[in-house]
Structure formats: structure tokens, C-alpha cells
Design a protein around this ligand. Structure first.
Ligand code: ADP
Length: 190
């Protein structure tokens, strides 16, 4: 353990940090990437973005496009939903990405990869993902933000299932999403 009271340890640590090969993009003004499927966006996602935007200079929400995954809403729809939902927040922007998220972060000079965690199960998955991302992008740091307790049960997959069975999802997603899910359900049922 580093004894904080010993000046020589502090100096050695300082030297090690200064010698770091990792680029520092803008000291004190850190941009974060918040990637996800957002299929659909929920109040849980928005809560993470709203809190993060008061900590980071900019938050780049990234709608992931993965040809292996089956989505309820197209990438364009998810992008449009997110753009509409974050419109009131000037330091939040929304992008789409079909490459490695670390490559996206590098391209946009973002040091932080932000992920929300609801549970221990989420954490164990997210922790492994963070190790994989660290392997491909050692200069990018994953930050975990625990969900607000009001939102810990919100999960896009469960919300989709509930909606497909005619359940009321209005307390879980913004009105624009609830309406789109309802339209989808009616279209599918007809
Ligand atoms: P992915 O397919 O990448 O997991 P999601 O849209 O499911 O995409 O989630 C995107 C991010 O938001 C993840 O970090 C996930 O843990 C987080 N997240 C999802 N739902 C919530 C919630 N209710 N509260 C906090 N974070 C959440």
C-alpha cells in the first residue's frame, strides 16, 4: 500500500504518472461516450445521461448498430428517439456507430466510456466488457455509474416484452417511446 504520508512515494508516483504514454486530450475537460442499444431508450438511460452531463464537458450518446443483434427499432429510429429526448441538454450529442466503441471514442477524443449498472449481474458483465475494451484501447477508461434506485428494475428487454403483451409501460419510458411501442404493437397485431 502506498503510504500517503511519505513524500518520496508521492514523488515516485508522480514521476510514473508523468511518464505515462497515454494521451491526455483536454486536461480537466473530459468527454464521455455512453454507448448502448437503446432499444428503446428508457428513463434509466436518461437518468444516467442527465447525471453524466453535469460531470463531463460533453456526453456523446452512441446508438450501437450490431448486425448480429435483432432490434425492435431500427438504428435510425433509435437515433431519432435519442436526439429528441436529449434535445434540452446542450452538452449532449447523439451518434450512431457500427465499429468498436473504443475506436469511436478515440476518433472523438473521449477518454471515458460510461456504463450504467443496475445490479451485481450487470456489474459482472460490464466488468468483463471493460477489461476487453481496455485491451483494445488502454487509454480509454470505463466509468460505471450505478442506477438511481427509482430505475433499477428498468430493462429495455423486459419493457419490450411487457409492451408486446399490452402492458402499460408509460412509467418506464418517455411518452414518445410509449406511443411508438403502442403503434408497433397495434401494427403487429393487425
Ligand atoms: P447494451 O446492449 O449495450 O447493454 P442497453 O441499451 O441495454 O445497451 O444499455 C446501455 C447502457 O445503459 C448499459 O450500460 C446499461 O447497463 C445501462 N442501463 C440500461 N438500463 C439502465 C437503468 N435502468 N439504469 C441505469 N443504467 C441502465
Amino acid at each position: 500500500m502506498l503510504n500517503a504520508g511519505r513524500a518520496s512515494d508521492g514523488l515516485r508516483l508522480r514521476a510514473a504518472l508523468d511518464a505515462s504514454a497515454y494521451p491526455v486530450y483536454v486536461s480537466g475537460m473530459v468527454k464521455a461516450v455512453f454507448p448502448g442499444s437503446f432499444d428503446p431508450p428508457t428513463f434509466g438511460h436518461l437518468n444516467i445521461i442527465e447525471r453524466a452531463r453535469t460531470i463531463f464537458e460533453r456526453v456523446l450518446v452512441v446508438v450501437a448498430v450490431n448486425s448480429e443483434k435483432h432490434y425492435l427499432f431500427s438504428a435510425e429510429e433509435r437515433l431519432a428517439f435519442m436526439r429528441e429526448l436529449v434535445a434540452p441538454w446542450p452538452n449532449v450529442e447523439v451518434h450512431m456507430c457500427d465499429t468498436l466503441i473504443v475506436e469511436f471514442a478515440r476518433l472523438h477524443e473521449c477518454r471515458v466510456l460510461l456504463r450504467g449498472v443496475r445490479s451485481v449481474q450487470d456489474f459482472s458483465y460490464e466488468f468483463e466488457l471493460s477489461i476487453l475494451n481496455k485491451g483494445v484501447g488502454p487509454e480509454i477508461e470505463t466509468f460505471f455509474m450505478p442506477t438511481d434506485q427509482k430505475f433499477f428494475v428498468l430493462r429495455s428487454s423486459a419493457i419490450k416484452e411487457l409492451s408486446s403483451l399490452g402492458g402499460d409501460v408509460s412509467g418506464m419510458v418517455p411518452p414518445v417511446i410509449a406511443r411508438a411501442m403502442e403503434r408497433f404493437r397495434i401494427k403487429k397485431g393487425s
